[in-house]
Design a protein around this ligand. Structure first.
Ligand code: RB5
Length: 149
């Protein structure tokens, strides 16, 4: 079964997203691209909230969101209940956030990381599972508890 991944960007992430889409396909995933589709200026909250809501609803298990720095989209995505968005700048962060935080959205900075590094980050993030460690389960439950109070 091909696993679907939702992917989106603002104008600052457009070039990197274009490079990542065939790479993600080659890893065996189907990237569902929700835009933007060129370098015309758009507001990153629009695409970040839309992507995050579609992950939080269960429509997608995982999403990848890209802006210039990755910061704006990660702030937005983390406002959506149920989202654990990780802004990663190297492969170790990508692996550890999957193992420890069970992150469900990956944020990247299209003006910060080069495309080869970004590919390594995406591969590590998509291919690493949650560790299932009890301490990590407890900590994630604390996050959910805070969201639900
Ligand atoms: C857009 O110029 C830029 O502000 C945006 O891509 C992002 O870096 C915001 O955090």
């Amino acid at each position: 079964m091909v696993r679907r991944v939702i992917i989106g960007c603002d104008h600052g992430g457009f070039t990197l997203k274009k490079e990542l889409i065939p790479f993600i396909e080659a890893l065996g995933y189907e990237p569902i691209d929700i835009g933007c589709y060129d370098e015309n200026s758009v507001d990153y909250p629009d695409v970040a909230f839309s992507l995050a809501e579609r992950v939080a609803s269960g429509e997608f298990e995982k999403g990848i969101i890209i802006c210039g720095t990755g910061i704006g989209v990660s702030i937005c995505a983390n406002k959506v209940k149920g989202i654990r968005c990780a802004l990663c700048t190297d492969e170790a962060m990508a692996r550890l956030t999957r193992e420890h935080n069970d992150s469900n959205v990956l944020a990247l900075g299209g003006r910060i990381v080069g495309s080869e590094l970004a590919k390594g980050i995406v591969k590590a993030w998509l291919e690493t599972g949650f560790s299932q460690g009890q301490r990590h389960i407890n900590r994630i439950a604390r996050i959910s508890g805070y969201e639900n109070k």
